[in-house]
Design a protein. Structure first.
Length: 322
């Protein structure tokens, strides 16, 4: 018995290693995990960090751009000229004798009837009897011009007043001969007036002079309003944009979108699959100050970059789209 006790007590220590195998197994698993990591199996958890870095780099290199979705439109080319609004039926009034104006009875804007006396002229000479000579209106209408005053000396060649209609008006301009091939009746034009800077009025050509003025190398062109507007009056300064060319149902881009690559014209479009800039060679047709017609290279629905410093393949983000 006494000897058995020690043997029993000694059994515990000798059995401890067997019972302690669990802690050693855990340690072995931990060691295996460490070995796995050392062997590279732990690389998978690190992948998101690498991808995140790539995404950050891409975001840092992304260019903010403005873009336009192209679609069929109309583009026009215009020629700018200046002229005057005039009455179509202007008639000048002259005195029948030389002398001094003693009285002017009407002013600009006044209406007169045929044979109304517009002014009086004193044809008498010193010592002669005073006999007033009337200047009569040859037609009914409105005084649209009057350039004389009491005391002025006039002759039978002096225009006392100009009478015309304020409703039957036209615009007269003089166009450089180099545009003569475009000028024809019915050609549309836009009228701009100083009094109404934010408006434009539609007009069209009604007559084109068959000759070119030698001194100015210009052609006289008359236009009329498509719709009467009482605000437009004879004597006004007229600024006209003649529509000399027009293309309908065609692809149009802002001129600022055009670039040159290897001596060819191109634009950058946005690749919808990758959101990157893609260079496209294009053929340019009709142009004006702000726009260009694209006859080949683009199709409706593509997004053309109109602003932003981009290169082939760079990622882009649209900040402004039209």
């Amino acid at each position: 018995m006494p000897g058995g006790a020690p043997g029993g007590m000694g059994g515990a220590p000798s059995g401890a290693p067997a019972g302690g195998a669990a802690p050693n197994a855990k340690a072995g698993k931990d060691a295996k995990k460490g070995g796995d990591k050392a062997a590279g199996f732990g690389g998978a958890p690190g992948a998101p960090g690498a991808a995140g870095g790539a995404q950050q780099d891409a975001a840092a290199n992304t260019v903010t751009v403005s873009a336009k979705t192209v679609k069929p439109e109309t583009i026009i080319a215009t020629v700018h000229v200046n002229g005057d609004v005039s009455s179509k039926s202007e008639v000048s009034t002259f005195p029948i004798t030389s002398g001094k104006i003693t009285q002017v009875r009407y002013d600009i804007g006044d209406k007169v009837n045929k044979n109304d006396i517009i002014a009086y002229v004193d044809p008498s000479k010193p010592g002669a009897n005073y006999v007033a000579s009337p200047v009569k209106a040859p037609v009914s209408g409105t005084i649209i011009e009057c350039n004389v005053h009491a005391g002025d000396t006039v002759s039978p060649n002096t225009v006392i007043a100009t009478i015309g209609s304020v409703t039957d008006i036209e615009i007269v301009v003089y166009v450089s001969e180099k545009y003569s091939k475009y000028l024809k009746n019915g050609l549309p034009a836009y009228l701009h007036l100083t009094a109404y800077p934010d408006e434009k009025f539609m007009t069209k050509i009604t007559s084109v002079s068959p000759v070119v003025a030698k001194s100015t190398r210009t052609i006289k062109v008359s236009l009329e309003l498509e719709k009467y507007d009482a605000r437009i009056k004879p004597g006004m300064f007229a600024s006209i944009d003649l529509v000399i060319q027009q293309r309908d149902n065609t692809i149009v881009v802002p001129k600022k979108a055009l670039r040159t690559y290897n001596d060819e014209q191109c634009v950058f479009v946005i690749n919808p699959a990758t959101n990157t800039a893609e260079r496209v060679i294009v053929t340019v047709g009709l142009t004006n100050d702000n726009e260009a017609q694209i006859t080949s290279g683009l199709s409706a629905g593509q997004k053309v970059i109109t602003a932003g410093s981009v290169t082939e393949g760079c990622p882009v983000r649209i900040a402004d789209e039209s």
